[in-house]
Design a protein around this ligand. Structure first.
Ligand code: GCO
Ligand code: MG
Length: 402
């Protein structure tokens, strides 16, 4: 089953996506997501210039060997660009092998460990009352888990809070927008949000919160401690996690469960966090952490250390990535939860898919492979448009993590 062609499809049905399409001599093809939000063309070029020429003539059945060949063979290891490219190849190979064997990918991964995959939705609002109302609407739709983000009074913008009614997309065409940050205001505000959430929504729903890398370990420890009465499902990305050791401080001080990893690219970014049981959920994604093959290794390490998975699933990860994540989620034993924000109808038209939502859970479907496609003619009608994620500054002007 030789690979005979590799196309890199860049499109922007509302937001930018990079998709790798690998075709084999048998007339089959597999798809992989290669989107790196705000840096898309770097991955497209890495694939076109360096990776695709190496794939032509290779046996598409050799998934692991191809992964190692691209990882070790480049000499330059890891990093988001390299790993998004490797992820796309790996995902496309799982897809095409599923098609060749006429079976959904989750069956190749050991079969279903559950009936469907619990997801969490994104509730947000400009006030606490609006945020509670937004969360109630998710629960009415059958969601069992909701992430809550609320505008912090006194700041011009808050991560996770969109414009009323608009589909949440923080990127900007043109230069990046700059928003204000105050750790003091944030830390004073958030416990009151969750106090109200629990009071209004009761003890049953899973409540999640994303700090989005804004705190230091001791500040995160304070936040985790102050949220303990509201028993969160997780507190996400409390600190920028380049320094894995920083989580020791947070862990010593709070029983609020910790999640991290959406920006990680390999097991080397989280092995200490997992081995020392400093986190409860690992959020690495198929597209940014080496594809299905590498994510399985991260999950296997997690399984030994009581760490469950919670794959990143924002809308800058394409439907191809979401489909791949769902096959992984359904199969892996130590699955925790899957993030889910529906893509726009425009995006779904470009990427028709077989995964389906029901009662707060997703199922990848039973089509051979991943069960997701790309309409190339439609994709061509949505050309790439450069866009940047925002930049954050403290009130005195110092650049902070966004
Ligand atoms: C999440 C993430 C996203 C990121 C986005 C950046 O938890 O869903 O934090 O909101 O900000 O994916 O590209
Ligand atoms: Mg996040």
């Amino acid at each position: 089953m030789k690979i005979v062609d590799g196309q890199v499809i860049v499109c922007s049905p509302g937001r930018n996506f990079v998709t790798l399409k690998l075709s084999t001599e048998d007339g089959l093809y597999g798809l992989g997501d290669a989107t790196l939000n705000g840096r898309e063309l770097a991955v497209a070029s890495y694939l076109k210039e360096h990776v695709v020429p190496l794939l032509i003539g290779r046996d598409a059945r050799r998934i692991e060997d191809t992964w190692q060949y691209l990882y070790k063979g480049a000499y330059w290891r890891r990093g988001p660009v390299t790993m998004a490219a490797i992820s796309a190849v790996d995902t496309a190979l799982w897809d095409v092998n599923g098609k060749a064997l006429d079976t959904p990918v989750y069956q190749l991964l050991g079969g279903a460990s559950r009936e469907s995959v619990m997801v969490y939705g994104h509730a947000n609002g400009r006030t606490i009352d609006d945020t509670v109302k937004a969360a109630s609407r998710f629960l009415e739709q059958g969601y069992q888990a909701v992430r809550a983000q609320c505008a912090v009074p006194g700041l011009d913008a808050t991560y996770g809070v969109g414009h009323a009614g608009a589909h949440y997309d923080p990127t900007d065409k043109g230069r990046p927008t700059e928003s204000q940050w105050s750790t003091e205001r944030y830390l004073d505000f958030v416990p009151g949000l969750f106090e109200k959430m629990r009071a209004e929504l009761g003890p049953v729903p899973h409540l999640l919160h994303d700090v989005h890398h804004r705190l230091t370990p001791i500040e995160a420890a304070r936040l985790g401690k102050s949220l303990e009465p509201y028993h969160l499902f997780w507190m996400e990305d409390a600190v920028p996690a380049e320094l894995q050791e920083g989580f020791r401080t947070i862990r010593q001080h709070t029983t609020t469960p910790l999640a991290v990893g959406e920006v990680f690219n390999s097991i080397w970014d989280c092995h200490l966090l997992i081995e020392e049981q400093l986190i409860d959920y690992i959020r690495c994604s198929v597209v940014h952490a080496g594809g299905i093959s590498h994510l399985r290794k991260i999950a296997a390490l997690g399984e030994v250390h009581h760490v469950r998975t919670g794959c990143h699933g924002a809308t800058d990860l394409s439907p191809v990535c979401l489909a791949a994540a769902l096959h992984f989620d359904l199969a892996v034993h130590n699955f925790g939860i899957q993030e889910y924000i529906p893509h726009t109808e425009e995006t779904d038209r470009v990427f028709p898919h077989r995964y389906r939502f029901e009662a707060g859970a997703l199922h990848p479907g039973d089509a051979p492979g991943l069960g997701v496609d790309v309409d190339e003619a439609l994709a061509a009608r949505h050309p790439y448009a450069r866009a940047y994620l925002p930049v954050s500054r403290k009130l005195d002007g110092t650049v902070h993590s966004w």
